[in-house]
Design a protein around this ligand. Structure first.
Ligand SMILES: NC(=O)c1ccc[n+]([C@@H]2O[C@H](COP(=O)([O-])OP(=O)(O)OC[C@H]3O[C@@H](n4cnc5c(N)ncnc54)[C@H](O)[C@@H]3O)[C@@H](O)[C@H]2O)c1
Ligand SMILES: [Zn+2]
Length: 351
């Protein structure tokens, strides 16, 4: 059984289809999905032999373009290689680009679709849990430059998002846990029932389709109300001010979702410390993060170093601190001007 969610996006609405086996069945649905003309499947070298070649074989006129695997390849250099390969493969303005992969492929290929010949059709086919519940929906695409992550990009709404949950079977456990960090983040922001579902920690035991559907729905509800991140889309950054600081201080040795795990715990403790939420919420957040197998402590990271990494965050440019915190489960709030001593106290307690 497949679920369909329609996203009301600027420009046009687009469907998200969620179900097991979509990739296998695509041959019968190529015209329904608008995939009968020239198609470029942009994926990476890990996923091309697993899914890219299978997908291309089922479409009438598709070519596979594989970028190297890893965040370090989410760059302008990769993009210029892709543009050249797209020209050589004969892609024109009427062609479609399918982004088949995790968030790295989705962001890079999405930016290619936004810019190639001033924009061509884009189908997001996320293969990691993180990409399914977060990055494939909402239209943010882009690449990293040496000065920072995601500094060059665009809003490019997909024409369709196809989520085949079967592909999660090959997702490494550590990547599954990272996707769960964003999934429970969505639960803490807006859907407490997701937290119940998430407490079964291993992917084999999950009612996966329902978990993905609920987590996607949270993102959809937010981006529909605030497509250009002028207000409530910022809620999706719950735990991320801490997470980005951890990533920066450790020079990206932690995976993003692992940093988000600690970040969620830190945001809950900070909410409690400043009297925004009840005392038991931080415990609840911490237990859940731990049950997924994600870290809940910063280890030996220096609290002052973390704080100064936060204060260079682009969202703090006005000089005043800015966090997404919790009033309660399902009730996020943007809080500005939190005192440095409170932030440091939370970081010290989490070492
Ligand atoms: N655009 C947005 O709104 C948004 C939101 C959140 C994150 N992001 C971006 O997403 C990226 C992180 O995405 P990610 O966590 O998916 O990382 P990723 O794309 O690097 O994928 C993680 C790893 O899992 C592998 N993989 C993916 N699917 C697989 C499968 N089904 N089977 C086997 N292996 C598989 C990939 O090859 C990769 O090695 C970051 O660049 C981040 O900036 C973007
Ligand atoms: Zn994130």
């Amino acid at each position: 059984m497949e679920t369909r969610i329609t996203v009301d996006a600027p420009g046009d609405a687009y469907p998200i289809l969620i179900g097991a086996g979509i990739l296998e069945q695509i041959a019968h649905r190529a015209s329904e999905f608008g995939l009968t003309k020239r198609v470029a499947i942009i994926t990476n070298t890990t996923l091309a032999p697993l899914y890219g070649d299978v997908l291309a074989a089922r479409l009438p006129n598709a070519v596979v373009l594989a970028m190297p695997d890893g965040e370090v390849y989410k760059t302008l250099e990769t993009l210029s290689d892709l543009y050249r390969q797209m020209i050589n493969a004969g892609l024109d303005r009427g062609s479609t680009l399918i982004a088949l992969g995790g968030g790295v492929v989705g962001d890079t290929a999405g930016f290619a679709a936004a810019t190639y010949m001033r924009g061509i059709r884009l189908v997001q086919m996320p293969t990691s849990l993180l990409a399914m519940v977060d990055s494939s929906v909402g239209g943010k695409v882009g690449v990293d430059i040496p000065e920072g992550k995601n500094l060059v990009g665009a809003f490019k709404q997909p024409d369709m998002v196809l989520i085949d949950t079967d592909v999660l079977k090959t997702l490494p456990q550590r990547e599954w846990q990272c996707g769960m960090a964003e999934t429970i983040k969505h639960g803490f922001i807006a859907d407490p029932a997701l937290l119940q579902m998430a407490s079964y920690s291993h992917k084999q035991e999950q009612p996966v389709d329902e978990l993905v559907r609920r987590a996607v729905q949270v993102k959809v509800n937010i981006v529909q109300q605030d497509p250009y991140e002028q207000n409530i889309r910022a809620y999706l950054n719950l735990g991320h001010t801490f997470a980005h600081a951890i990533e920066r201080v450790t020079h990206y040795q932690w995976l993003h979702g692992e940093a988000v795990g600690v970040g969620l715990v830190a945001a809950a403790h900070l909410s409690e410390r400043i009297g925004l939420c009840k005392a038991d919420i931080a415990d609840e957040v911490e237990q859940l993060v731990k049950s997924i197998g994600l870290p809940t402590r910063t280890g030996n990271l220096d609290s002052e170093a973390l704080y100064s990494a936060m204060s260079t965050d682009k969202k703090w440019l006005s000089g005043s601190s800015r966090f997404i915190l919790l009033k309660d489960i399902g009730q996020p709030q943007i809080v500005e001007g939190v005192a440095k001593r409170d932030v440091i106290a939370v970081l010290e307690a989490l070492r």
